[in-house]
Each structure stands twice: as C-alpha cells, then as structure tokens.
Design a protein around this ligand. Structure first.
Ligand SMILES: *[C@@H]1O[C@H](CO)[C@@H](O)[C@H](O)[C@H]1NC(C)=O
Ligand SMILES: *[C@@H]1O[C@H](CO)[C@@H](O)[C@H](O)[C@H]1NC(C)=O
Length: 506
C-alpha cells in the first residue's frame, strides 16, 4: 500500500503514520534518510566520446522490502530498466548496460560514450510498497575524444585535384596517422604523413572507387571493448553505392525529377557525404534531388562518405554510376550531293539523328508540309525533276515521342554544266550567268535562223548549219536550246537587232 494512495479523511495506523513521516522527512531532507538511499559518485563525471564509463552505484532500503524494478534515467528519460519479471530492457540508448542487481548494486556502464550521452543521470527503484528516486542526479559530461579522426580537403581546381587529409587533436598521444587501402595495405604513394595529419592525393582516392580508405592513429587501442572485439585491421570494405530513384519506370527524360542516394550496408553516427558529378563537386548529403532534369544533369555520379571515429576514420567511395537523360533527338535532313540540283541528276535525302540513344525509331517524310508515303531514313531520286523541288522535312518517332527536322529547301533547275560548278553560295551568281547564257544563245539562235533563211530559202536547218563552216559553234549551241519555237523571233529586222544590248528577241 502506497502512502500517496491514502485519502485525506482516512485514519492511519501507527505504522502507516511512521511510514508517512519517514517519506515526508526523506523528501524534505533529500538523502538524509538512513534506510532509503542511493549512493552515487561525486560529480561531475567526464568522459570522451567513444570511450566507456562505469558509474558505480549502490542503494539501500528498509529491511523486509523486496525490489521489483530498477530504472536509470538521463534527463528524466528512461534509458535502462531491470525488472524481476522481465529482466533487463534497453530503452533509448542501447549502449547503456545495467551491471547491478535487484539487491543493492546499481552500477551502470555506458559503452561507447556518444556526445549526446551527457546529462543528468538518476536512479530509481521500486519495492512492493514504494518507489524511490535518488534525490541527487549525477552529472556526466562527454567531450570529443582527442584521438577522433577528422577529415579535411584541400582543393586546387576540380574535384579530382588536391588532397584529402585526416587529422587528430594535439591531445591525442600518437606517433602519427597512416592511410590504408581496402585490403588493409598501407598506402605509401602520393601521401604525406605528419604527426597530427596525413595527406592523400585525390588521384589516389579516385583510383579506389568501389572500395574504402582508412586513416588510422598509430598506437591507438580502444580499451572499452572487451578483448578480441577490436575491429579487424584488414579485409573490411564498406560497400557504398549510388542508387537512382525515378518517378516512374523507363528512362529519365528532360524535365523529369530524380533522386540520387548514396547508400551503404551499415549506418554510422558521424558521417559526411561528398558527391562528384562529371569531375565537379556537387553539394549534397546522403541524397541529391534533381528537379527538372536537363541534359547537363546526365553523366557520371560518384559519392563518397567520410566516417569519423576514434582512433580511425574511413572514406568509402562508391563506384561511378552513369545517368542518362533522354532528350528529343535533334533531327536534320542532309542532301547528297547538295540541295541545288539540275534535272536528271541523282539526289539523296538522308534523315539524320544527333544521337544513337534512340533505338527503334520510325521515319516519316514531308514535302511542303504534306506527308509523303515513305518510311525509310533515306529518300532517293534517280533523276530529279523540277517538280521535285520544295521544302523537305523528316520526322523520327518512337514510343517516347517524335522530333521533326527544320525544312531543307531543294531546288531543281534545268540541266547545265555551268550550274553544277557553282553550287552553294555561288548559286545566285550561277543562276544569273545561266539566264544570261540562255538569252544570248537564244539571240544567236534567232540570228542564225534568220541568216539561214536568207541564205538558203527552203533549205533544211540542219543541213544548212552543217554546210555553213563559218558558224559551227552557234549551230551546236542552238540545237541544245529547248525554247525554239516558244519564243517568237522578231519578224522584221534589218540586221541591227544583233547589236542591241537591250532586247534580243522582242
Ligand atoms: C557492483 O557490480 C559491479 C559489476 O558486477 C562490480 O564491479 C562492483 O564491484 C559491484 N559493486 C559492489 C559495491 O559490490
Ligand atoms: C563517364 O564515364 C565513362 C567511363 O568512365 C566515360 O567514358 C565517359 O566519358 C564519362 N562521361 C562524362 C560525361 O564524364
């Protein structure tokens, strides 16, 4: 029966009154009670992180009481509890271990200590009739271990230049720090070791992708751990990797969002992350979120994780993961041998993509905006005609979407050797020359016909031309001009039209 349960109107027996008085006295005078008591060491107690601390403790209670449960709390939060019925139960800190018993020993051990373990520790026990809390709490401070291995970086340019270094405080008694690779072998190249720090070039770090590098304090031994449970010196490799989470299935396309995660089999309290994207530093923690991806977000990602520890620290380096961002391909039409042709010449139009990332694409062709019934990447003409001239576009498509090229203008003119010699930028000049040429030939033709008609009335044109030795060139030219009969020649002339610089035929 607990005294607190008594109502104010109850009558007490003498024994109950005694218990009540004793309780009141113990509350007023703290640990002044002889029978109910907890003995704690003088505080404050101090410890280093990663070390271990044992808090000696004993408790007393009046004879005849039976202890049912004991509890240790830090800052009023229960961290460990032992009951007669259920044994030891761990609460918040699994590193807290109750070494005492349900009689008089309430020794507590904390192993290893973490920085967050500092605080006010109090002990409380319950008997069949009463609950007792130590009136005084024990203060524990935890400070960083002088042999904690921290990291630093010295960069001169990109992510892979410069060095990484590990360091310890001056209060750590050590003969130096050394770097070891994933197989436990000491790294001797591109490293500079001092008493308090040890440097390693980023080039060496990069060579160890997929493995881990360890920095160890020489001569450091963790005395907290029971014998035989020192971490193995060799053959231990944390496997770090980059995982890519996407919103949906399939490839990442431009504008999508994705998340990169740096994951390892085990987690540590004290870890720092670095990311390298295409040889550049990328800020981020255990994960990096990319929203609205562009092509520049594609490429190689590597993550690194530094874990500080006491006496040792390590850097785990992931293998490189390639992230492809799909963008609609850039498509264009390529004309071979060129876009400006003469009638009868062959012409090939090819639909080209700037990437090979798109598999299984289909092709469509458009001329002057109208779709052609052709689905091959090449559109070929054995001999182009004037009517084949126009604006050509090609389109590629697959399940991801489609891309259409800009129009390519194909011009086809009537055949001429002149013209073929001057494609491209010379086209305008060539066309002018051609027009002049045609017109002058027409003039020659008209003159020739007129002359022939005068000289050989009734005679055949061809015979006449061959028989005339003075004009072989003009006759051969006129035979090639296809405009004969279409353009009327001057019906009346006195021979002076040939000298006119303005009009030849009109
Ligand atoms: C309490 O238990 C611990 C651990 O078993 C032991 O080291 C310590 O001596 C005990 N304390 C007392 C007062 O018996
Ligand atoms: C990514 O890595 C591969 C293989 O190491 C390399 O061939 C490629 O050029 C890299 N890409 C970029 C953008 O750095």
């Amino acid at each position: 029966m607990q005294p607190q349960d008594q109502g104010p109107t109850s009558t007490f027996t003498l024994e109950e009154m005694e218990a009540l008085l004793l309780l009141a006295l113990s509350i007023l005078t703290g640990a002044g009670c002889q029978d109910w008591g907890v003995t704690l060491p003088v505080d404050p107690l101090a410890g280093w992180s990663s070390s271990c601390v044992t808090i000696p403790c004993s408790y007393t209670y009046p004879e005849g009481q039976l202890v049912r449960a004991v509890t240790w709390s830090r800052n009023k939060e229960r961290i460990v509890r032992l009951t007669a019925a259920a044994g030891q139960g761990y609460g918040k800190a699994e590193r807290a271990q109750f070494l005492g018993d349900l009689q008089h020993n309430c020794t507590l051990r904390l192993n290893p200590l973490a920085l967050g373990d500092g605080g006010a520790y109090s002990f409380e026990f319950q008997t069949q009739s009463q609950s007792w809390r130590s009136p005084r709490a024990l203060c524990l401070t935890v400070s960083e271990h002088p042999c904690r291995v921290n990291y630093g970086m010295a960069r001169t340019g990109g992510a892979l230049s410069g060095s990484l270094f590990c360091s310890i405080s001056e209060r750590c008694s050590s003969s130096g720090l050394h770097w070891y690779d994933g197989a436990g072998a000491r790294i001797l190249t591109e490293t500079a070791a001092g008493q308090r720090e040890s440097w390693l070039s980023m080039r060496i770090v990069w060579q160890h992708r997929g493995a881990a590098l360890e920095c160890r304090v020489r001569g450091y031994q963790n005395r907290c751990l029971p014998k035989g449970s020192q971490p193995p010196a060799t053959g231990w490799t944390p496997h770090l990797k980059v995982l890519v989470d996407t919103d949906g299935p399939g490839p990442i396309r431009e504008g999508d969002s994705f998340t990169l995660r740096c994951v390892e089999d085990s987690r540590s309290l004290d870890e720092f992350y670095f990311w390298i994207h295409n040889y550049e530093d990328l800020p981020g923690g255990p994960s990096v979120q990319i929203k609205g991806a562009t092509l520049s977000h594609g490429g190689n990602y590597t993550c690194m994780k530094w874990v500080s520890g006491t006496g040792r620290g390590y850097l785990a380096i992931s293998p490189t993961t390639y992230v492809a961002i799909l963008a609609p391909p850039v498509v264009h039409v390529v004309a071979t041998p060129g876009p400006h042709r003469s009638t009868g010449e062959p012409l090939s139009l090819m639909c080209r993509l700037d990437t090979s990332a798109y598999g299984g694409v289909g092709f469509s062709w458009y001329k002057d905006g109208e779709r052609l019934g052709w689905a091959q990447p090449e559109l070929a003409f054995l001999g182009v005609q004037v009517a084949d001239g126009g604006e050509y576009q090609c389109e590629v498509y697959n399940t991801l979407g489609k891309s259409t090229s800009l129009p390519l203008t194909i011009t086809v003119v009537y055949g001429s050797d002149w013209y073929q010699l001057s494609p491209g930028p010379m086209a305008g000049f060539g066309a002018g020359v051609l027009l002049l040429f045609l017109l002058s030939n027409l003039g020659v033709y008209c003159l020739a016909r007129r002359t022939r008609q005068r000289k050989e009335p009734g005679g055949s044109l061809q015979e006449g031309s061959r028989e005339d030795p003075s004009k072989p060139q003009r006759d051969s030219l006129y035979e090639e001009i296809p405009c004969a009969g279409e353009i009327p020649c001057p019906s009346d002339d006195n021979g002076d039209y040939y000298n006119s610089t303005k009009d030849y035929c009109n």
